[in-house]
Ligand binder design. Structure first.
Ligand code: SAM
Ligand code: SF4
Length: 329
């Protein structure tokens, strides 16, 4: 049996993004409607045991990095214990987490002890009022406090900033200024239509070039950093600044050529691409008694169908209306 996951374009899959829940404590405007999304029944969620098994099987097929996301991963009971069990899998070189940071300040030391590598903290505004409007919850102080604690920790801190036309575009350079004295990387993400409704109507189109132009209008000493293979972002820093910044062309999709990622949603839906609508449900196979070898073969065969890029994946599906919270960002 083939022991690696290689698609028909020669791309090897080494990175799993696993959503541990579809629940969230915030209601970010670009992610879900104010009343939230229709969450699934608890028994439809993958159990930790199932997630552990899926991750182990994938790690035997060459996946060496996993990112835990959601919904908000820390909303799920016993998430930190799950991280601890994952950390025993020595085939995993990196365990990373994406979080909104509202619930994690008391867990930071534990995360350090588990050698969590990258923590991506979502923070779309440095202004309390604006932040609270975007997230529809009053948690700015807690999240900013977590940012400061994480910056002083051994974890590698990245800030996720979804660039929202007319909402936080005037703050782009405030985020750049944060990199002057803080050891972190700000990553500006193009907004995608995954908000439970579809693409939001905006006056301006804030893509990678426009975001970079905005930064260039204020900063002249921008250094282009060398591209890490399969990185989702184009990376830069301001000469003399401690931190760095990147732009993720999530919507314009110029990064698909060396994609190394797959996704599994909280209910076990396997996605070859962020923009596809799911290929099969691994939970059902597991609950029907599939063996490790059968599951491996399923992954190997399915990866072969990975679409060349996100545009092709999108063209082959129904209209995009799901929330990023169910997909797992
Ligand atoms: N709740 C966690 C958080 O917010 O970090 C993890 C899940 S969230 C779905 C993962 C990432 O997806 C976050 O950085 C969030 O900002 C981003 N995201 C959500 N909806 C998005 C959208 N419509 N366009 C671009 N990024 C989005
Ligand atoms: Fe929750 Fe993250 Fe979506 Fe915001 S972006 S609503 S924090 S899942």
């Amino acid at each position: 049996m083939e022991t690696r996951l290689i698609d028909n374009f020669g791309r090897q899959i080494t990175y799993l993004r696993l959503a541990v829940t579809d629940r969230c404590n915030l209601r970010c405007q670009y992610c879900m409607p104010a009343h939230g999304i229709d969450i699934v029944d608890r028994k439809e969620l993958l159990t930790y045991k199932e997630m552990y098994r899926i991750t182990r099987i994938l790690s035997e097929l060459g996946v060496n990095k996993v990112r835990l996301t959601g919904g908000e991963p820390f909303v799920r009971k016993d998430f930190v214990s799950f991280l601890e069990s994952l950390s025993f899998n020595d085939k995993l070189e990196e365990i990373n987490i994406t979080t909104n940071g509202a619930l994690i300040s008391s867990h930071i030391e534990k995360l350090e002890s588990l050698n969590i590598k990258n923590i991506n903290l979502s923070i779309d505004s440095l202004n309390e009022e604006n932040f609270n409007t975007i997230t529809r919850r009053k948690v700015f102080k807690e999240v900013y406090n977590t940012l400061e604690k994480l910056e002083k920790s051994s974890l590698n801190l990245k800030l996720n900033v979804v660039v929202q036309s007319g909402i936080n575009t005037h703050e782009i350079n405030d985020f750049i200024e944060l990199t002057k004295s803080k050891k972190l990387s700000v990553r500006f993400i193009e907004e995608m239509p995954f908000n439970g409704i579809g693409l939001r109507k905006t006056k301006e189109n804030w893509n990678l070039n426009r975001i970079l132009d905005k930064i260039k209008s204020q900063y002249k000493d921008i250094i282009v950093l060398e591209n890490v293979i399969s990185s989702t972002s184009k990376n830069f820093k301001i000469d003399g600044y401690l931190g760095s910044f990147g732009i993720i062309p999530a919507f314009t999709r110029t990064i698909c050529n060396d994609c190394n990622r797959i996704r599994i949603t909280a209910t076990g839906l396997f996605k070859n691409c962020l923009f596809d609508d799911g290929v099969f449900n691994i939970r059902d196979f597991i609950r029907d008694g599939a063996s490790d070898d059968q599951i491996k073969q399923l992954f190997i065969d399915t990866i072969k169908k990975k679409p060349k890029n996100g545009f092709i994946a999108e063209a082959n599906r129904k209209e995009v209306t799901e929330s990023m919270s169910t997909i797992g960002g």
